[in-house]
Write a new protein. Structure first.
Ligand SMILES: NC(=O)c1ccc[n+]([C@@H]2O[C@H](COP(=O)([O-])OP(=O)(O)OC[C@H]3O[C@@H](n4cnc5c(N)ncnc54)[C@H](OP(=O)(O)O)[C@@H]3O)[C@@H](O)[C@H]2O)c1
Ligand SMILES: [Zn+2]
Ligand SMILES: [Zn+2]
Length: 371
C-alpha cells in the first residue's frame, strides 16, 4: 500500500510502501481512506519538531484528519457496517492504571503524557490506503456530509472549546433571555483570533451557538478569508488596521475570545481587552523556536481578577466533541454550504503530499484524496 511517512532518524519525508492492515480483533473495523486533511501539525512533524514512529518502526505514517469508507467489520462490531463513512478519533489512551482520564475514556485529558496519537505520536496515521481501528474510536458520519467530512476533526477543536465555554458560563445563571429562533449565545460577543481553518471553523461554531462573532486576523480585507468569513454572517476585522483597544470599543463587552493564531503577542494583546466575566480559550500552539515576548502581565492579572475572567487551553478532543462536530457540520451545510466547501481550497493526490507538506502553506485547507 502507498503511504506518506516521515523517517525522523534519516530526516526524510517520502511516499513509502506500507503493509496493508488486517482485522485481528473482533472489535476492529477496516476502512478505505477517502481523504486526509493537512494541517500545521503535519508540517511541523515534517520539520522534525515532533512526531514519533511507533515503537519498533523507523517511520511514522502521517495524517490525523481522516475520512474513510468502511469495508469490513469484526464479529463484535455492532454500530458500524460496511459502506458507512467514518471519521477516526486521533488519541488513544495511555496504559497507566492511575490515569483517571484515560481509564474514563477521556484520553484528551491524559495526565501521564503516555497517550499515543494516530499520525502524530507512536501510532501510524491515515495517509495510506487502508486502516484498521477499534469501533470505539470511529464516528459514523451521515453520507450527505461526504464532501466536507474531512473538516470534522479540525472542527472538534472548537467543539471541545464550546463544551467548556458552556460549562464555565453556567456560573452565570442569568443567561441570555430566551428568544424564539435565537441560539443561547445571542446576547454575547465572541472574538475569534485568526482566519485559518481553526479560526474559521471556530467562528462558524460560535455563530451556530448564537454568538455575535467577529474574526480578528492579520491580513487586510478584502481577501479570500475575509470574504469567506463575511459570507456566513461574521464580521472580519484586520489586526493590521485596528488595535485591540479599538476592537473592544467597537464591540462592547467581549464575552468570549477563541484564539486560533498560534502566536502569543496578539493573543495577550487581546486578552488585555477581554470583557467582564469573559472567557479566553487558547488553541494555538506556538512553534519552535519559542521567542521571548513582552506582555503586560500586571495589567492582565489585575483584569483577570477584577473582571472574573477565565483563561483555558484546549487540545485534542473526546467523543462528545466529535459528535458535536458531526451535528454542527450538518447545520453549517444547511446554512452556508458554499462557505463550508470553499474552506477546502485544494484536493491533491497522495503522490503530491511531499510538496504540500514541505512547500509554502497555501490556501486554507488542503486535502489529500487517497481513494
Ligand atoms: N489545540 C488544538 O487541539 C489544535 C489543533 C489544531 C491546530 N491547533 C493550532 O491552532 C492554530 C491555528 O491553526 P490553523 O491551522 O488555523 O493555522 P493557520 O492556517 O496558520 O492560520 C492562522 C491564522 O492566524 C492569523 N495570524 C497569524 N499571526 C497573526 C497575528 N500576529 N495577528 C493576527 N492574526 C494572525 C493568520 O493570518 P493570515 O491569514 O494573514 O496569515 C491566519 O489567518 C495553530 O497554532 C495550530 O497549531 C491547535
Ligand atoms: Zn490537524
Ligand atoms: Zn493517560
Amino acid at each position: 500500500m502507498n503511504a506518506v511517512a516521515v523517517n525522523p532518524r534519516k530526516r526524510e519525508v517520502s511516499l513509502i510502501n506500507h503493509p496493508a492492515p488486517d482485522i485481528s480483533a473482533p472489535t476492529e473495523v477496516k476502512f478505505r481512506t477517502l481523504e486526509v486533511g493537512i494541517c500545521g501539525t503535519d508540517r511541523e512533524i515534517c520539520r522534525f519538531d515532533y512526531g514519533n514512529p511507533p515503537i519498533g518502526s523507523d517511520h511514522l505514517v502521517l495524517g490525523h484528519e481522516g475520512l474513510g469508507l468502511v469495508t469490513e467489520v469484526g464479529s463484535d462490531v455492532h454500530q458500524i457496517k460496511p459502506g458507512d463513512l467514518v471519521v477516526p478519533m486521533v488519541r488513544r489512551p495511555c496504559q497507566h492504571e492511575h490515569c483517571l482520564p484515560c481509564r474514563s475514556g477521556r484520553s484528551d485529558f491524559c495526565t501521564t503524557g503516555d497517550f499515543v496519537e494516530r499520525g502524530i505520536k507512536e501510532c501510524h496515521g491515515f495517509m495510506t490506503e487502508y486502516v484498521v481501528d477499534h469501533e470505539q474510536y470511529l464516528c459514523v458520519v451521515p453520507p450527505d456530509l461526504r464532501d466536507v467530512a474531512v473538516l470534522m476533526e479540525p472542527l472538534t477543536v472548537a467543539e471541545k472549546a464550546l463544551i467548556q465555554i458552556w460549562q464555565i458560563q453556567k456560573r452565570l445563571h442569568w443567561e441570555c433571555p430566551v428568544v424564539e429562533g435565537k441560539a443561547p449565545g445571542h446576547c454575547r460577543q465572541a472574538v475569534v483570533l485568526g482566519a485559518g481553518p481553526i479560526g474559521i471553523l471556530g467562528a462558524m461554531a460560535l455563530k451556530v451557538a448564537g454568538f455575535q462573532t467577529t474574526v480578528y486576523s492579520r491580513s487586510k480585507p478584502p481577501n479570500l478569508k475575509s470574504e469567506l468569513v463575511e459570507s456566513f454572517g461574521a464580521r472580519y476585522i484586520s489586526s493590521e488596521t485596528t488595535q485591540p483597544e479599538v476592537l473592544a470599543q467597537m464591540l462592547g463587552n467581549i464575552d468570549v475570545v477563541y484564539e486560533g493564531v498560534g502566536g502569543a503577542k496578539v493573543a495577550f494583546d487581546v486578552l488585555k481587552v477581554l470583557g467582564l466575566n469573559g472567557i479566553f480559550v487558547f488553541t494555538g500552539i506556538p512553534g519552535f523556536p519559542l521567542p521571548h515576548i513582552m506582555i503586560d502581565g500586571e495589567l492582565i492579572m489585575r483584569n483577570m481578577v477584577l473582571k472574573n475572567q477565565v483563561a483555558l487551553g484546549t487540545v485534542n478532543a473526546g467523543r462528545d466533541a466529535f459528535e458535536a462536530s458531526i451535528h454542527d457540520l450538518g447545520i453549517f451545510m444547511q446554512r452556508w454550504p458554499e462557505a463550508v466547501r470553499s474552506l477546502i481550497t485544494g484536493r491533491h493526490k497522495l503522490g503530491n503530499a511531499k510538496e504540500l507538506l514541505l512547500g509554502k502553506a497555501t490556501g486554507i485547507k488542503n486535502v489529500l484524496e487517497v481513494g
